[in-house]
Design a protein around this ligand. Structure first.
Ligand SMILES: C[S@@+](CC[C@H](N)C(=O)[O-])C[C@H]1O[C@@H](n2cnc3c(N)ncnc32)[C@H](O)[C@@H]1O
Length: 236
């Protein structure tokens, strides 16, 4: 597969040129979707959504709810409506996120009352293709993207995923167009100490990864740092 060498968008004018108009023209008008959850039910611990939501979004909320995670971090959170929805279905969860552009986060204030949510002032502007400041951002149990790495050049996507790995204490969830990159390769290289969980309810293309508690690699069963030394892959 040919490695993508440029991003699909120029992120500095992405909000005005693409995201904000498409929120209305495509998501809300053409697809008639609700951006914010107003109605859901829980039966025997299982959640059902009564709004019109995209299947990718339902998969995300379903997994967060089912795993009962204590903290989430969205990488490239856009207008933060996923974080708002997670707050609505799980009031106790610690919510965090960042985006490359403040203009993206501002849409949450403009349209979805972001200021009324306790986590709003924790959202930060951060380029997740740079490792600078990642340690200071702490660890979070469930770290995810929805439609972000698929739009990046391959090398940038890889750096982004490495930062996601470093932000996660347990799970990483990728909801991406799996044909945009060779994700098998990326996952083998970046998430060598995670196992893949096949557990989709609404979509089969979500990539749910769980950190191996013993730090072993799937191929050899030896600690990953031994593996990297043996194969000289430079993982450390
Ligand atoms: C297609 S939008 C998806 C936004 C949101 N996840 C959603 O589902 O609505 C891609 C997002 O990724 C963000 N992004 C792109 N490059 C990034 C980077 N290097 N670091 C952090 N965020 C980035 C963009 O600003 C944009 O908000």
């Amino acid at each position: 597969m040919v490695k993508k060498t440029t991003d699909d968008f120029t992120w500095d004018d992405y909000t005005e040129k693409h995201y904000e108009p498409e929120m209305f023209d495509i998501l809300q008008t053409k697809l008639n979707l609700d951006m914010v959850i107003t109605d859901f039910t829980e039966t025997d611990g299982e959640i059902t959504f009564n709004n019109r939501l995209h299947e990718n979004w339902m998969e995300l909320y379903y997994q967060v709810h089912k795993l009962g995670v204590k903290s989430v971090f969205e990488c490239g959170c856009g207008c933060a409506h996923h974080l708002i929805n997670i707050r609505k279905i799980m009031p106790g969860v610690d919510i965090n996120g960042c985006d490359y552009a403040q203009t993206q986060i501002d849409l949450g204030y403009k349209y979805y009352d972001l200021e009324s949510y306790d986590f709003a002032n924790k959202l930060t502007v951060k380029d997740l293709t740079s490792s600078e400041g990642i340690k200071e951002m702490g660890k979070h149990e469930f770290v995810y993207t929805q439609a972000v790495t698929m739009h990046l050049a391959y090398d940038k996507a890889k750096k982004f995923l490495i930062n996601m790995r470093d932000l996660s204490s347990k799970y990483v969830f990728l909801i991406e167009n799996i044909n945009a990159h060779d994700y098998e390769d990326l996952i083998n290289e970046v998430f060598y100490d995670f196992e893949r969980i096949q557990d989709g309810r609404y979509i089969s293309t979500g990539i749910l990864l769980k950190r191996r508690t013993d730090g072993s690699s799937p191929k050899t069963g030896v600690p990953h740092f031994m593996n990297s030394i043996e194969t000289n892959k430079g993982w450390l």
